[in-house]
Ligand binder design. Structure first.
Ligand code: GLA
Length: 359
């Protein structure tokens, strides 16, 4: 289980290591201990705390600093999606994802790979492709083997399939993969992924399945069937794109628990908390409560191994994108850090819950 953290020791050159005690002694009287970062508190609770990162933002030194200080897991916001990695048939471009992997390794962060199979971010050669079932299976196989083969030993977790379930929970949604291969495209992706990297933890990831909804039931039935039939799956990702006041801790905890009873991990994979209009202190406090409730639901269950937010700071949230049909609010502040990288009430709420639970 990923819950047991093993952070590699920093490799400090001998001379520098020898000088460190003196440096610490000199500082001891003048500098108070810095407050523990989220990643330290998460570690005390045996979970990871992560953020989705867009590689271009690594050029921003302040972003960089907050990310490496506070988080010990990183999800590529886009860089590992199909259309980024294999924009043309057989021609892979790993350059952007490699940047994120290098950053994560340099900062002792695990990587939550996202994602191998999705109905969005598909290049035309797949989305418009006229492949037979066997040809499409070959395309799927080759993509998964190439990507997992390259990152074997460096990317510990993969969202193998993202958002395959219909919103009503009445069955799989229509996607080019389903059209070309059939309903078993989901399990075939898991089988290929396990063959390609038997050590990777393989997740199914989706939205609106956090609490005990009809869609959550449909996801549960699907993964229960996989477990029964030996389809290699290790966990379920609960995306957690919430709207203010929408976190039902008891129901989410119940869902995490039943997945745990199947032997599956759960990770909160894409948490953010949106609202309409301008933020007020009351809104930010309610948002803090949402974050606290969700973290609480995670900590209550030993199979919940990570809590990942969809971004680091409000200035870069995808929710300010003007082309989102379902949501429009350029003032939204859905994350833990504000536009100037200052921690928000939601940050403090996580510190409080993690501290209390560790103690
Ligand atoms: C979904 C996907 C993510 C991302 C977000 C919005 O949740 O899983 O990769 O695209 O939407 O940015």
């Amino acid at each position: 289980m990923l819950r047991k953290l093993s952070r590699p020791l920093l490799c400090i050159p001998f001379i520098a290591a020898a000088l460190i005690p003196f440096a610490l002694a000199a500082n001891a009287q003048s500098t108070p201990d810095p407050a523990p970062a989220l990643r330290d508190l998460a570690e005390q609770n045996h979970i990871h705390i992560g953020a989705a990162v867009y590689s271009d933002h690594l050029l921003d030194p302040q972003f960089n600093q907050v990310l490496s200080r506070e988080f010990n897991m990183l999800t590529p916001e886009n860089e590992a999606k199909f259309c980024w990695l294999q924009p043309n048939e057989g021609k892979f471009d790993f350059s952007k994802f490699d940047q994120l992997v290098a950053f994560a390794q340099a900062n002792n962060m695990e990587i939550h790979g996202h994602n191998l199979v999705w109905h969005q971010c598909l290049p035309d050669w797949v989305a418009q492709g006229k492949f037979t079932r066997d040809q499409a299976l070959q395309v799927l196989h080759d993509h998964i083997f190439t990507v997992l083969g390259r990152y074997r030993g460096r990317v510990a977790i993969w969202d193998v399939v993202n958002e395959a379930m219909s919103d009503s929970g009445s069955g799989l949604r229509d996607t080019p993969w389903r059209d070309m291969i059939g309903d078993d495209y989901v399990e075939m992706a898991f089988r290929f992924a396990h063959e390609a990297d038997p050590d990777a933890l393989l997740f199914y990831n989706d939205y609106s399945g956090e609490a005990m909804t009809g869609k959550a039931n449909a996801i549960y039935d699907m993964v229960q069937d996989f477990v029964k039939r030996g389809v290699p799956i290790n966990g379920v990702g609960l995306q957690s794109h919430f709207t203010l006041g929408g976190v039902n801790e008891a129901s989410i905890s119940q869902n995490i628990k039943r997945l745990g009873a199947l032997g599956l991990q759960v990770q909160i994979t894409e948490m953010d908390d949106r609202f309409d209009g301008a933020p007020t202190p009351a809104i930010l406090q309610e948002q803090a409560n949402d974050y606290a409730q969700l973290m609480q639901a995670c900590l209550e269950n030993s199979n919940c191994t990570a809590f990942i937010t969809w971004g680091v700071s409000d200035n870069y949230t995808w929710l300010r994108g003007t082309n989102l049909g379902f949501f429009k609010n350029p003032l939204v502040e859905p994350l833990l850090f504000d536009d100037h990288y200052q921690p928000k009430p939601a940050y403090q709420a996580l510190v409080d819950v993690l501290t209390k639970h560790a103690g």
